[in-house]
Design a protein around this ligand. Sequence first.
Ligand SMILES: Nc1ncnc2c1ncn2[C@@H]1O[C@H](COP(=O)(O)OP(=O)(O)OP(=O)(O)O)[C@@H](O)[C@H]1O
Ligand SMILES: [Mg+2]
Length: 262
Amino acid sequence: MTVTQQAPAVEIDKVAVRFRGKKREVLALEDVTVDVRPGEFVSIVGPSGCGKSTLLKLVSGLLKPSAGAVRLLGGSVDGPRHDVGFVFQRAALLEWRTARRNILLQAEMRGMPEREAAQRAGELIEMTGLTGFEDALPHELSGGMQQRVALCRALLHRPPVLLMDEPFGALDALTREQMNVELHRIWRETGTTVLLVTHSIAEAVYLSNRVVVMTPRPGTIAEVIDVDLADERDYAATMSLPGFATATGRVRELLGAAGGHE
Ligand SMILES: Nc1ncnc2c1ncn2[C@@H]1O[C@H](COP(=O)(O)OP(=O)(O)OP(=O)(O)O)[C@@H](O)[C@H]1O
Ligand SMILES: [Mg+2]
């Protein structure tokens, strides 16, 4: 490490997670070490049940490791963290609240000053192309639009770290591609550090600086792949670049070797 390098935004250090139930004990994660640099986009792929969601829960402080340590922005994670944004597979919007008021829920929960929250919500609505739908209720929005609302809500308080757990898993292929392009642009514009869990190899490679490939349970790191692509990425053009083919090929190889799907 050179002296000019900043401390990692996220440090996962030799972490293990063991769930103890009445009937069974599950070793979900074992010896997992990952560092995410500030502003970096890192994706996590791996077979179902290998501990990807568990890993995000550790970073957000919703779960404590059984061994090892997790640090966020240089400080140890000892409880639920309010300086991260979290986007789930389902948008989880309140049905009786408009798009804007769903986004502002974040501000209400955090006691953010109203004017600042309203201004930021306006910016995000514009950035995600929701202009004109601020007053629509969730059932009046498409699946992609609902995920955009969830993304706005997660970004409202300008979290330095954004955690996303299969955020586009429920969308059709075309909408998913559009959301990938938008997320990539938003990542570049905001400079937020992103840790994304996905089952799509193309999504992982298109969006990321690095892709973490995990083994089946107990989840360990099979390999961390550097994606050799420029930050500015046109979707269609990127798909035909050698850097894209190399990275997706390697991820596929590792997942195949690990017995994973896709
Ligand atoms: N709260 C819990 N109590 C007991 N076991 C749990 C708990 N949460 C997760 N597990 C177990 O830990 C393992 C990893 O779960 P996790 O949800 O992290 O997997 P995942 O990689 O996100 O899977 P998927 O791709 O299907 O979402 C699984 O075997 C699961 O049954
Ligand atoms: Mg999961």
